[in-house]
Design a binder for this molecule. Structure first.
Ligand code: NAD
Length: 501
């Protein structure tokens, strides 16, 4: 195991574009650099794709889909490749984790866990590759057999954000591949490294050329090609609600299918009869995990008024003990903010909360050290109308609100435009189920928070997204349904010959 100093001493990672099975430089020769947000050190240099490179990548994916072997292989053969990829990921987990941490700023142990979790998704998708099937109707009368086939949808454009780069591409790509699709993948320009490394793993695993193409580049250049292109049949996007809405509007021009995983303002509802310590721990974990840069972040805690003061005091006390610092150092729980833009966005949300009359009960400032770090921050005295109660901050900033009844708690939970996830904390099963049934969100955790399983679908209500990832339907999302009607025996003629007598 390398020390943090040894990990930082390695030369920057060099990444090129993967187009049609070849690693190439950008046609323009342009490059883009990435510095570690925690260490301010150059950690990667990439070929930077232009529109021309993106066009080539789409053409390669199109050819591979229309004429290549991938879509025609047996499910079992595709499953073998996906399992090879999973094994390849695990074999390189420390290399992948190091680069993820250096580019994103998240603690190294967390990166290792995410890479291992991603490998599990590739393994799970391999099981689905063999189980993808359609339907049949033997009930249409003696002369008709009805079959519903699942055809791969075609070329999928995959656009991912910077907060969980490797995990999120692994929530999409293996399922698209399991269905027989080909893809062009555009990771966030801030955290492209592990997706580029994935390209190396895919080739080593035996994926035919052109099936997956990887482009490092800007969203408004390369991303827009994928959104607009008529040869891209489906867009699978994870990112902000604002960019997601624009992408849906543009994708409508070609009527391509869209799958959107967008923002959240997720509430944890804490009832007075809950396991108090467990709920406090989940409130702290839920907001500081990944420095709050998490679509599922529990950024609103709604606490029953009778325990609110005690709960707030306990959350503030535990927040003081959270270990913030160098993400390469073992034991660090909260690392850096990934981008400078995000750093300023978070600070301006805190400033806005102050202006609106909320109380900064803890933190609220940039940490005075090299790199981009924000103090664990707790905001109390928050009212539902304040921006800090409604807008996604995407940082280590917890808003605390109170309620008196279950009805009020549910109304508060449902009072934003988002609906990604929520948690309910109570030792009364009736309270848990009643609240869970009424909260409009794609995932509801009961007496736990931020757990994930490949078997369970994930996605949002309302402006948190369109569609679901994971679960046993995940591959079906990357298919079109095709109806086959087979007539058996002689068909009754429609044409009735004229009488000639
Ligand atoms: P973002 O929307 O800025 O960028 C996401 C991706 O879109 C990046 O690859 C970016 O380059 C690309 N992009 C930017 N402009 C584009 C354009 N005009 N056309 C096409 N692509 C474009 O998001 P971000 O800041 O990278 O990530 C944070 C956001 O992602 C948060 O809002 C978070 O909630 C959301 N997110 C959602 C989920 C989920 O599963 N629901 C998971 C992770 C992150």
């Amino acid at each position: 195991m390398q020390t943090p100093a040894e990990m930082l001493a390695q030369p920057p990672f060099r990444g090129r574009l993967l187009i049609d099975g070849h690693w190439c430089d950008a046609e323009s020769g342009a490059t883009v650099e990435r510095r570690s947000p925690a260490h301010e050190q150059l950690v990667a240099v990439y070929a930077k794709a232009s529109i021309a490179d993106a066009e080539k990548a789409v053409a390669a994916a199109r050819r591979a889909f229309d004429h290549g072997p991938w879509a025609r292989l047996k499910g079992a053969e595709r499953a073998t490749v996906l399992r090879n990829v999973a094994d390849g990921i695990l074999a390189r987990r420390h290399e992948l984790a190091r680069l993820e941490t250096l580019e994103n700023g998240k603690p190294l142990a967390q990166s290792v866990a995410e890479i291992e979790g991603a490998a599990d998704l590739w393994h799970y998708a391999a099981t689905l590759a063999r189980n993808l099937h359609g339907d049949s109707y033997n009930t249409l009368g003696e002369s008709t057999l009805g079959l519903v086939l699942r055809d791969p949808i075609g070329v999928v454009g995959i656009i991912t954000p910077w907060n969980f780069p490797f995990l999120i591409v692994s929530q999409k790509l293996p399922f698209a591949l399991a269905a027989g699709c080909t893809a062009v993948v555009k990771p966030s320009e801030f955290t492209s490294g592990t997706t580029v490394m994935l390209g190396e793993i895919l080739i080593a695993a035996g994926l035919p050329p052109g099936v997956v193409n990887i482009l490092v580049g800007e969203g408004r250049v390369v991303g827009e090609v994928l959104v607009n292109h008529a040869d891209v049949d489906m867009l699978s996007f994870t990112g902000s609600t604002a960019i997601g809405k624009q992408a849906v509007a543009k994708a409508a021009q070609t009527l391509k299918k869209v799958s959107m995983e967008l923002g959240g303002k997720n509430p944890q509802l804490v009832f007075a009869d809950c396991d108090f310590d467990a709920a406090v721990d989940a409130a702290v974990f839920g907001i500081y995990f990944n420095a709050g840069q998490c679509c599922n972040s529990g950024s609103r805690v709604l606490v029953e008024a009778s325990i609110a003061d005690r709960f707030l005091a306990a959350v503030v006390e535990r927040s003081r003990d959270v270990k913030l610092g160098d993400p390469l150092v073992p034991g660090t729980q909260v690392g850096a903010i990934t981008t400078e833009k995000q750093l300023h966005t978070i600070l301006s949300h805190i400033e806005g909360a102050r202006r609106d009359g909320a109380t900064i009960a803890l933190g609220g400032a940039r940490v005075d050290r090299p790199g981009m770090f924000i103090e664990p921050t707790v905001v109390s005295g928050v009212t539902p109308a304040m921006a800090i109660a409604r807008e996604e901050v995407f940082g280590p900033v917890l808003s605390v609100l109170t309620f008196k009844t279950l009805d009020e708690a549910v109304e508060l939970a449902n009072s934003t435009l988002y609906g990604l996830s929520a948690a309910v904390w109570s030792n009364d099963l009736t309270t848990c189920i009643a609240a869970a049934r009424r909260i409009r969100a794609g995932t509801i955790w009961v007496n736990t928070f931020l757990e994930g399983h490949a078997e369970l679908p994930f996605g949002g209500f309302r402006q948190s997204g369109i569609g679901r990832e994971l679960g046993r339907q995940a591959t079906e999302d990357y298919t079109e349904s095709k109806t086959l009607q087979v007539h058996l025996g002689k068909r009754t003629d429609w044409y009735v010959p004229k009488r000639t007598s």
